[in-house]
Every structure is written in structure tokens, then in C-alpha cells.
Write a protein that binds this ligand. Structure first.
Ligand SMILES: [Zn+2]
Length: 318
């Protein structure tokens, strides 16, 4: 079918890329996500697509966006994380973009798009059933089953970050308590490290020095960096977050029995620091492990481009 554009709309950046039939990104353009209103974000997407269309022959556009996307694959029902100032509610994004661009536009949840990208071109190329778990600030999920992207009856399946794993546990921005992503995400990694720094725990000394004693300056990549250097506290926190992750995945394996589970998202850049404790916890927690086979846990392969590549490919098939 030739070239399509995949657009990845996140809370801070919008990236648009021209993608070919082999999942290769030919050219990418980016800009900051406007925080004024939905129309500004829509206009920004149009600007990026038109820019790329000047240099490439484009047949369709796929948009991956962090939010609840209706099963019409056009309407954004609810996207609270795109801007600190604007909550998207019932925005007919696909329809509006299609009119503005004169191209067919498909909208998909960003983790679903990333799962599709990994299934077709990345870690899941050799399986028919794949569960992608994205570990970033929060936890997202996408499922491909028997070669099809699973969306659920209303388009909002696999919001796995909000499974309750601890009754009356930590508060989540979704309004509930004890959600999976409060324990198995980049947010959990940073929160735990900050708590130790604030408590002036002796093992937190190296991390504390790194940020001049100001816990607000601590980021996930800093904890990863320190763990790579062998810092005992950073390694311990990764082991703990990995354990939560693996236990949650074991529960998902019990329900879904995927052919493989890929771990993606920014925190997966830590590689084995996250994967190994997750794998151990999953293998320990899978029910009746000695009587069954289960899908392997792997790192995702496409990195930050998975959503863009998946959205571009989904635009071809719709
Ligand atoms: Zn939640």
C-alpha cells in the first residue's frame, strides 16, 4: 500500500512519522503538545501531517493517543493526561482530521497501537497472541489475539494499569485506590526513591547527593542510571517494581494465556534490571506452572517508535 503516517500524541510531545510497508520510519517530525485546547492539538497534528505530505506520497493516517478511544476509531471519549489544563471529552478527532486533511484517518489508543506495532514488526513477529505491557509513568496494555487487535466491546479494553492489586492501597489519579500502576511503574520507582531520600535513609545517600538533596529533582532515568552503576538502593527499588510487574503479568497470563508478553515503555530501557525480577515473579506466580506452558516474557523491540509504527500500519488495514 506504500506510505502512511503514524502520529503519536502524548502529554508533552506529538511525533508524526512516515512509515513504509516494512515498518521502517522514513522521516519523523515533532513538536510540543499544545496545552491550550483540543483544537490547538488537532491543528498541530494537521500541521505535522501536511509538512510530511509535502515530501511524501501518503495514503492514510493513523493516530495513537493516550486516552479512551471509542470503537468507531475516531472519537476520543476521555483523555485526561494530554494536558494539565484541558480534559478531552467526546472529541470527534478522526472525523475532524479527515476533513481537514482529505485523507482517511484512524484513531487508536496509544498502547493498542504500540502492541500492534510490536506484533507486526517487533518482539511478537513469531507469535499469533501477544500482550504488550508498557511501563512508563503509568502502566498501559495492548492485546493481539489470533492475529487481531483486541479492543473490547466499547473500544477500551486492556486498561491494565487500573486493575486493583491492593485493596485500599495507594490513591491513583483515576480516582480509585490500589491500582497496578501505583506499584509497577516509573511513578512507583521515583516515589519509593524519594521516600527514602526524604527519610534520610543511609542507603539513599548516593541518590540524594545526585540531586543536591532536593527530592523534587529526582527522575526515573536517574534511578535507572544509578541501578546500572550498581547502586544498592536503586537496584533494590527496581527489584521491587519488577516483582509487582511480574505478579500482575502472572494474573493477566491466567486470564489471557498470551503467546508472549512484551514489556515496553520508557522504564523498559532499563532492560534486565526490570525484566529479570519481573520474569522471576511471573514464573513464581503463574498458577499451576508445572502443569502448563506459558508465553515468554521479552523486552519490546521498537522502543519509543512502537506507537507511531503501529498506528501507521493500522491505518492501512482499516
Ligand atoms: Zn487507577
Amino acid at each position: 500500500m506504500g506510505l502512511t503516517i503514524g502520529v503519536d500524541v502524548g502529554g508533552t510531545k506529538i511525533a508524526a512519522g512516515v512509515v513504509d510497508d516494512y515498518g521502517i520510519v522514513v522521516e519523523t517530525v515533532r513538536r510540543d503538545t499544545p496545552d491550550t485546547d483540543e483544537r490547538a492539538t488537532q491543528a498541530a497534528i494537521v500541521g505535522l501531517v501536511e509538512d510530511l505530505s509535502d515530501r511524501h506520497e501518503i495514503s492514510a493516517v493513523g493516530v495513537g493517543l493516550a486516552g479512551y478511544i471509542d470503537s468507531d476509531r475516531s472519537t476520543v471519549r476521555f483523555a485526561p493526561n494530554l494536558s494539565p489544563y484541558v480534559d478531552w471529552r467526546n472529541v470527534a478527532l478522526g472525523e475532524w482530521l479527515s476533513e481537514a486533511l482529505g485523507l482517511r484517518v484512524t484513531v487508536e489508543n496509544d498502547a493498542n497501537a504500540a502492541a500492534w506495532g510490536e506484533f507486526v514488526f517487533g518482539a511478537g513477529r513469531d507469535v499469533e497472541d501477544l500482550l504488550l505491557v508498557t511501563v512508563g509513568t503509568g502502566v498501559g496494555g495492548g492485546l493481539v489475539t489470533e492475529g487481531h487487535l483486541y479492543r473490547g466491546a466499547f473500544g477500551i479494553a486492556t486498561e491494565i494499569g487500573h486493575m486493583r492489586v491492593v485493596p485500599n492501597g495507594l490513591e491513583c489519579p483515576c480516582g480509585q485506590y490500589g491500582c497496578f500502576e501505583q506499584y509497577a511503574s516509573g511513578r512507583a520507582l521515583v516515589r519509593e526513591a524519594r521516600d527514602r531520600i526524604i527519610a534520610k535513609a543511609p542507603e539513599a545517600e548516593t541518590l540524594s547527593r545526585l540531586i543536591g538533596g532536593n527530592p523534587d529533582l529526582l527522575t526515573g532515568p536517574m534511578v535507572t542510571e544509578q541501578a546500572r552503576d550498581g547502586d544498592a538502593l536503586a537496584c533494590e527499588i527496581f527489584a521491587e517494581v519488577g516483582r509487582w510487574l511480574g505478579e500482575g503479568i502472572a494474573a493477566l497470563v491466567a486470564v489471557l494465556d498470551p503467546g508472549m508478553v512484551a514489556i515496553g515503555g520508557g522504564v523498559a530501557d532499563a532492560g534486565d534490571l526490570l525484566l529479570e525480577p519481573a520474569r522471576r515473579a511471573m514464573e513464581r506466580s503463574v498458577t499451576a506452572a508445572e502443569f502448563r506452558r506459558h508465553g515468554e516474557l521479552r523486552l519490546a523491540r521498537l522502543g519509543g517508535a512502537a506507537g507511531m509504527i503501529g498506528a501507521a500500519d493500522l491505518a492501512k488495514s482499516s
